[in-house]
Design a protein around this ligand. Structure first.
Ligand SMILES: CC(C)(COP(=O)(O)OP(=O)(O)OC[C@H]1O[C@@H](n2cnc3c(N)ncnc32)[C@H](O)[C@@H]1OP(=O)(O)O)[C@@H](O)C(=O)NCCC(=O)NCCS
Length: 126
């Protein structure tokens, strides 16, 4: 069994200061600053996303959009392949999506007039 190369990158959310470089990456990798997903055009550099960085050097970019209770990855690029960057970016997006899920409001009194003191939070993998 061969081990993956040691991870030498950090994952951080795309900041406004990163957007110009994100647009360059998308243009280089996909031929244009826009991508088509399900017949809709998106400008990934303007979407929320995550970067894999080694120092100031960008090694990967994921952008996503949230719709109701789903998270759709719009673009995913690992500039250094097979080093775990794609996996780490997807994990970061899944974490962000879970945090954004809207929890239904819990009534103070449940069936048969029984007060609800505790709630159970269910989570599913995206
Ligand atoms: C797809 C992509 C993001 C994968 O990123 P990556 O950082 O190389 O992937 P990881 O190192 O995290 O590997 C994830 C898994 O995919 C496997 N994998 C990665 N590239 C592979 C390849 N070319 N062939 C077969 N398996 C591959 C890895 O072995 C790993 O499997 P494991 O978890 O069982 O070990 C990257 O190849 C890429 O940028 N491709 C071009 C753009 C693209 O197609 N983006 C997706 C659509 S938007």
């Amino acid at each position: 069994m061969s081990a993956k190369p040691a991870a030498r990158f950090t994952i951080c959310p795309v900041a406004d200061a990163d957007r110009e470089q994100a647009e360059q990456i998308i243009t280089e990798r996909w031929g244009a600053p826009v991508v088509a997903v399900h017949d809709t055009l998106y400008r990934p550099a303007e979407l929320p996303g995550f970067l894999a960085k080694a120092g100031a050097h960008i090694l990967g970019l994921l952008t996503y959009r949230i719709e109701t209770n789903a998270c759709e990855i719009v673009s995913l690029d690992a500039l250094q392949p097979r080093a775990g960057i794609g996996t780490a970016l997807v994990e970061a997006a899944a974490g962000a999506a879970r945090a954004r899920l809207i929890k239904p409001s819990i009534p103070e009194v449940g069936d048969f007039g029984i007060p609800i003191h505790d709630e159970l939070e269910l989570e599913r993998f995206l």
